[in-house]
Write a protein that binds this ligand. Structure first.
Ligand code: ADP
Ligand code: MG
Length: 271
């Protein structure tokens, strides 16, 4: 670990992005340093005979405010890649820079600090079933010292109102529909204004209409906050929200030709 890593804090959201968002500039047309930059990243699971090469020589830049959809066959490495982008697993080989910090060789503390800037939405909502919607959202604020002096209940309620759950703020998850629970999960993921929002098949458990609503909400809220979104999905009905689609096949990023063929198949299947 270099001394540079230890001394460089995660930079705040650059004011220029906020300006671009306010000026209505096209998301994804951002300049400057990528939010996430991978160079020749490899990842292995296990050891010996059972060693599995799950990510193979991945090089990828993701820019501020971009909405990237990651798709590809089951078992190809999408979740492994996504969890790495969010600091949920360390980088074994190659260079992984997130928000200006090199994470190859990062300590647990550095990964934990990084995760404060990342919101996650999983396939299952992962709500605390014994807490109501407001308390579930509030948990995400309680991780950040900067909210301690603020009315976290009011902030949580305001976020739930934004996702259309004003009438459900005090409901327990058991009394909400699947789509409503996933909207609570979105409120929780976005309430602390993360710089990066990661979704792993966030619509997989939802019907078509709720899935669409959930994705459009992620898109709208992330645009308001200039958040970068990376979402893994098999759901070809939501590809159109992406600025860019990245395809993972057998641990590799697909070539442009493979990408074109894959997208054509998915678009056909959607009609
Ligand atoms: P996807 O999300 O595209 O379905 P994953 O990233 O979950 O794929 O998995 C990629 C490959 O790595 C698969 O072969 C999977 O079996 C393997 N794998 C994933 N997680 C682990 C783990 N914790 N231990 C061992 N192998 C794993
Ligand atoms: Mg997966």
């Amino acid at each position: 670990m270099s001394s540079e890593n230890q001394s460089s804090p995660i930079p705040p959201l650059s004011p220029s992005r906020a300006g671009e968002a306010a000026a209505g500039m096209a998301p994804g047309a951002a300049s400057g340093e990528p939010v996430i930059s991978l160079k020749n990243v490899n990842h292995w699971f296990g050891s010996g005979e059972a060693r599995k090469h799950a990510l193979k020589d991945i090089t990828l830049d993701i820019h501020p405010g971009e909405i990237v959809i990651c798709t590809g066959p089951s078992g190809s490495g999408k979740t492994t890649l996504l969890t790495m982008l969010g600091g949920l697993r360390s980088c074994q080989d190659g260079s992984l820079r997130i928000l200006g910090q090199e994470l190859n060789g990062a300590s647990k503390e550095q990964l934990a600090a990084l995760r404060l800037n990342v919101g996650f939405i999983f396939q299952a909502h992962n709500l605390m079933m014994f807490l109501n919607a407001r308390r579930n959202v509030r948990l995400a604020l309680e991780l950040h010292e900067r909210f301690y002096g603020q009315d976290m209940d009011a902030l949580s309620a305001a976020m739930l109102t934004k996702v259309g759950l004003a009438e459900r703020i005090d409901y327990m998850p058991a009394n909400l529909s699947g789509g409503q629970r996933q909207r609570v999960a979105i409120a929780r993921a976005l309430v602390a204004s993360p710089k990066i929002l990661l979704g792993d098949e966030p619509t997989a458990a939802l019907d078509k209409e709720s899935g669409r609503t959930v994705v459009e909400l992620m898109q709208q809220l992330a645009r308001e906050q200039s958040t970068t979104i990376i979402m893994v999905t098999h759901d070809n009905r939501i590809l159109d929200v992406a600025d860019r689609i990245v395809i993972v096949e057998d641990g590799h990023l697909a070539s442009p030709e493979q990408e074109a063929a894959f997208l054509a198949r998915m678009r056909d299947a959607a009609h």
